[in-house]
Ligand binder design. Structure first.
Ligand SMILES: *[C@@H]1O[C@H](CO)[C@@H](O)[C@H](O)[C@H]1NC(C)=O
Ligand SMILES: *[C@@H]1O[C@H](CO)[C@@H](O)[C@H](O)[C@H]1NC(C)=O
Length: 359
């Protein structure tokens, strides 16, 4: 059994991938702007390495990344499509001159060799965004151009489509540039909606709407339950928490997922805990009560990009890597390796946070 939690703490050799080693000039220190939640910084060690996965075919902007049960990387990328100023009008409608992306947008990649072993999603997607794989191997993608969430079976055949094609909206049947999905073991799933709505929606496995929570901030600073670009979701099922990367509010907020049965259960969407002032959080994923997140910064922002690991049992977090450009999503392997997808340079990083003796 992989000792995931331990592997963050135990120093050990973790095998090198045949790929270029990155140099992030890691500095184990914070400036005075140290966010309150991140109270300890672990120095870089010899075993912490970051590599570019040597993907055998050209990638566009890698918007989403996930791992399947075989530990293959699923990369949801934009091929020759780039989200730029003319891509959407002010009502979040996709520029009519843009058709579906001709190339395959979902690559299944062997993480060791980088070989693309399967390609899917040609002529199907407009602006790929999030990708999530559930315990049964179903694949959920969000497309901010389509304004839809699509579930596919493990053969990439669509089994459920929510939202109206190319039509943004804010009622119960529309999304507006939905960003990410998190799935419970019973098939219930959460959708972060999105760039232009400020809510999280919960559906059952048949696509029936079960709950909605969140709203746009009415004043600054935003209060609990307000979102400014909910960009990524992580469900910590055995803690009954759905955590939201509230990107432009530079925080993570975790709410009751409403999954427990019985008379004492808390309804969906009650604020439980959070982490404030941690930078623009693009992606969060969880394994064994470690919430891993990645932030990015703009030129004038005080904090640089960082990969952090937060122990959800204690609320303490450590920073492991700084300076990754344009990180957009991440995935955690069963061995604790972290994969980071970037939107330029268009590539996938593998980060080994410390392997432990068991390797
Ligand atoms: C599209 O696919 C072709 C064939 O695999 C490949 O040669 C080309 O580089 C791809 N273009 C982009 C933009 O990904
Ligand atoms: C739509 O995209 C095309 C091609 O990029 C661009 O020339 C055009 O100006 C865009 N339209 C709008 C309304 O932005």
């Amino acid at each position: 059994m992989p000792r995931f939690g331990i592997s963050f703490l135990v120093l050990g050799f973790a095998g090198l991938l045949n790929a270029s080693l990155l140099d992030y000039n890691y500095e184990p220190s914070f400036d005075e702007e140290q966010p309150p939640f991140i109270d300890q910084v672990v120095p870089a060690n010899d075993d912490q390495e970051a590599y570019i996965v040597p993907v055998s075919e050209p990638l566009g902007q890698v918007a989403g990344i996930a791992l399947d049960a075989q530990n293959h990387i699923l990369a949801f990328h934009r091929a020759d499509r780039v989200w730029e100023e003319t891509t959407f009008d002010t009502n979040a409608r996709l520029n009519k001159s843009l058709g579906a992306i001709a190339n395959e947008t979902i690559f299944v990649i062997d993480p060791e060799s980088g070989k693309v072993v399967e390609r899917h999603g040609a002529k199907q997607f407009y602006i790929p965004h999030g990708i999530t794989v559930d315990a049964q191997g179903n694949i959920y993608v969000t497309d901010v151009g389509l304004h839809q969430v699509i579930r596919m079976d493990k053969n990439f055949k669509p089994t459920l489509t929510l939202g109206h094609r190319l039509e943004p909206g804010e009622d119960e049947t529309h999304f507006c540039q939905p960003t990410d999905v998190a799935v419970a073991s019973n098939g219930d799933f959460f959708v972060a909606d999105g760039y232009c709505n400020s809510r999280v929606m919960k559906f059952d496995k048949d696509g029936k709407l079960l709950a909605v929570f969140g709203q746009a901030p009415t004043e600054f600073p935003a209060v609990e339950g307000e979102f400014l670009v909910p960009h990524s979701l992580s469900l910590i099922e055995d803690m009954n928490l759905i955590c939201v990367a509230d990107r432009e509010n530079e925080r993570i907020q975790c709410f009751s997922a409403g999954l427990t049965e019985g008379i004492r259960s808390i309804p969906t969407g009650i604020f439980i805990t959070g982490a404030e002032d941690i930078g623009r959080v693009y992606a969060i994923r969880e394994k064994e009560h470690y919430l891993i997140g990645i932030t990015d910064s703009e030129a004038d922002a005080p904090m640089e990009s960082q990969l952090f690991v937060m122990d959800m049992n204690t609320g303490k977090a450590n920073v492991f890597l700084k300076g990754v450009e344009n990180a957009h999503s991440l995935a955690i392997g069963n061995d604790g390796s972290v994969y980071i997808a970037q939107l330029g340079p268009n590539q996938i990083l593998k980060v080994v946070l410390g392997g432990g003796e068991e390797q």
